[in-house]
Design a protein around this ligand. Structure first.
Ligand code: SF4
Length: 348
């Protein structure tokens, strides 16, 4: 059965594969950009980000020469900003340690910041035709169904087992085409909720299809603990300017800008907030007037559930603090902010 799978997938891909700009190139830099962007979003939205990045930074040298703020701003809306910071750091690594030429071995590619097994295999195979199998969410699903595998994909045993199986199935003479074929097959034919089994060229050898377990594959053990956090943002204004804070390392959204934040252990109303020491310290005891409050819908991150409220507060004069910058209100758009703050500003 195993030897039949690759030729069938490649034939399927030749007829049904999607035509995407990053498929038309062998440039490792562009392939890498597309892979990092697509880990964050769907193809349709990813496409416009890919075009923006390749227009702003046509070469890895131009990306390396950009400031982190510019890169984060261009990334805005994709979330998971550590990926953008890693992208930028890896571009600088290539310029500094590889003479500006994208590395051409799996190990060297894997040594770049933020590049894991999946991305390294994708670049190595698609740019250099090196025989490395990709294992992304689509591949997990297709393999779990074809072989009716019950081992959870998020267990150590599962990760190892699926990686070995993927390498065994790889068409080593055509790794680029095979990898794209199996990922596209998962995205288009063997989809999570509505796989098209009736028109599937692999139906007669698909074990989950014959066992009737298709929608139960793949299995995940899950159990990720989610932490609740309560964010109270103060959108302070003196009528002309506002204050921003740049988030530092060790927490979410490193390097992004936001309004001064007071985090509380539970949800609080504005009166309670205004009596906290943090609030008094921030405003320096001066009079203030609350002009609006906006409670945001719960904002989910991978391990955190954020409950956020933005309070717009009018003051006579903006207070001075070394970790806050005052900017003219109309320049807010120039700063990279989290998706949460972006949503607030869109409705403000
Ligand atoms: S038969 Fe259904 S579950 Fe099996 S590979 Fe084809 S589409 Fe996926």
């Amino acid at each position: 059965m195993q030897s039949r799978i690759a030729p069938i997938l490649i034939r399927w891909y030749e007829r049904h594969g999607r035509r995407l700009p990053w498929r038309e190139t062998r440039d490792p830099y562009r392939i890498w950009l597309s892979e990092v962007i697509l880990q964050q979003t769907r193809v349709q939205q990813g496409w416009s980000y890919y075009e923006q990045f390749t227009t702003h930074y046509p070469t890895i040298q131009s990306l390396a020469a950009a400031s982190e703020d510019e890169v984060l701003k261009l990334w805005q809306g994709l979330g998971y900003y550590s990926r953008a910071r890693n992208l930028h750091a890896a571009a600088r690594q290539v310029v500094e340690h590889f003479d500006g030429r994208f590395p051409d071995t799996y190990e060297a590619i894997r040594s770049l910041r933020g590049v894991g097994d999946y991305t390294a295999a994708a670049i190595a195979s698609m740019a250099y035709d090196l025989p490395h199998a990709v294992v992304d969410g689509n591949v997990y699903r297709v393999l779990a169904r074809l072989f009716d595998i019950e081992t959870p994909i998020d267990s150590t045993e599962g990760r190892k087992g699926f990686a070995t199986l993927a390498e065994e199935l790889l068409d080593k003479a055509h790794p680029a085409t095979y990898n794209q074929a199996i990922m596209d097959f998962g995205a288009v034919q063997c989809t999570p909720q509505h796989p098209d089994c009736t028109a599937c060229p692999l139906a007669d050898c698909c074990l989950a299809h014959s066992a009737g377990t298709v929608l139960q594959r793949p299995i995940k053990q899950g159990h990720t603990k989610v932490r609740d956090r309560y964010f109270n943002y103060l959108h302070l204004t003196d009528g002309h300017a506002t204050l921003l804070h740049r988030r530092t390392a060790g927490d979410i959204w490193q390097g992004l800008y936001e309004f001064p934040l007071i985090e509380t252990p539970s949800e609080v109303d504005f009166i309670t907030l205004s009596r906290t020491e943090a609030f008094t310290q921030l405003l320096g005891g001066q009079p203030f007037q609350l002009t609006a409050s906006q409670r945001m819908p719960q904002h989910l991150l991978s391990h955190q559930r954020l409950h956020a409220t933005f309070h717009r507060v009018q003051v006579e004069a903006l207070p001075h603090h070394s970790d806050l910058i005052a900017i003219p209100t109309e320049r807010l758009d120039d700063y990279a902010v989290s998706r949460l703050t972006d949503r607030y500003l869109a409705h403000e």
